[in-house]
Design a protein around this ligand. Structure first.
Ligand code: AMP
Length: 285
């Protein structure tokens, strides 16, 4: 696997990969790779001839009081993992390569970035859309693979690709979880032993709320119960627990179509997010 850090070498290396006419898949990441990321790479390998992974801890998607400076960085380990699964190229630019002196362009995607993490982390999705569009322009992949773990991010990227007519197929991979249900996340590395044990309450509370809604409990009631369970388990009161339309992310007061239950909550200083599909029961509808 080649590792490149400047845009000229990237373009040269991608052109060489493309010379055989094969399809190129891009897997954008912020590094500190785990089995969730590796599932994206495996899906990319299945769908394309060459996989390009990127590692860039994007300062523009972190708020002033967020964890940019402490975000885990383990590039050598990450590169070994990517090499082992047949990744062709690792694009690992530094911040000046991405945002040179005088950089002034911002990409904003309306609608789907409203509310949820868009409200809890102002500017976050502008940072995401900006960096992902840059990565798309740099690598010009045929397809790009993202995780459902970051469900609103996936919706923002799909919207941007449609709105800007980008000729890139967006592929989604289901959330990969630990044995106790906790979604794999680079931020799980922050959790102490006790916090890690308590954190399983997040997928559990969401799963129970989803089940209750499917059995006819009003969403507001099921969501309030989930919030209480999180606090009892040791989480701070949730930033949000919301039921949204699975495709448009429009807020839903009742489970009358395919939906997604999304949540963000802090345990200690670590902010975790998760989401689940909630399908209406045709017999109750
Ligand atoms: P990150 O490095 O956190 O920016 O994530 C890079 C990509 O990996 C994004 O598309 C995430 O949605 C995806 N990802 C992160 N964790 C998981 C997971 N547990 N399961 C599936 N995809 C994930």
């Amino acid at each position: 696997m080649q590792i490149v850090r400047d845009i000229d070498s990237l373009r040269e290396t991608v052109a060489a990969l493309r010379a055989d006419g094969g399809r190129i898949a891009l897997v954008p990441t912020m590094g500190a790779l785990h089995a969730g990321h590796m599932a994206l790479v495996a899906e990319a390998r299945r769908r394309a001839d060459h996989v390009v992974a990127s590692i860039f801890v994007n300062p523009r998607q972190f708020g002033a009081n967020e964890d940019l400076s402490t975000y885990p960085r383990r590039e050598a380990t990450d590169a070994g993992m990517l090499d082992e699964v047949g990744c062709a190229l690792l694009w690992a630019p530094d911040a000046p390569a991405m945002y040179p002196e005088g950089y002034a362009t911002n990409v904003g995607v309306g609608g789907v970035s409203d509310g949820l993490d868009g409200a809890a982390r102002p500017g976050h999705f502008d940072g995401v859309a900006t960096i992902v569009l840059k990565l798309f322009n740099q690598v010009q992949p045929d397809l790009a693979v993202f995780g459902e773990k970051d469900y609103q991010q996936l919706a923002v990227i799909r919207r941007m690709v449609r709105d800007l007519d980008l000729p890139i197929e967006i592929v989604a991979v289901p959330t990969q979880r630990d044995a106790d249900g906790l979604a794999l996340s680079s931020r799980n590395f922050y959790l102490g032993e006790e916090e890690r044990r308590a954190a399983r309450a997040l997928p559990r509370a969401l799963g129970e709320a989803a089940g209750a809604m499917q059995r006819g409990t009003p969403p507001a009631e099921a969501i309030a119960a989930a919030g209480d369970k999180l606090v009892k388990a040791g989480f701070e009161p949730a930033d949000y627990i919301e039921l949204r339309d699975a495709a448009t992310l429009v807020p839903l007061a009742s489970l009358d179509r395919p939906a997604r239950l999304l949540a963000a909550a802090r345990i200690g200083t670590t902010r975790l997010i998760d989401n689940l599909a909630v399908e209406p029961d045709p017999q109750i509808m």
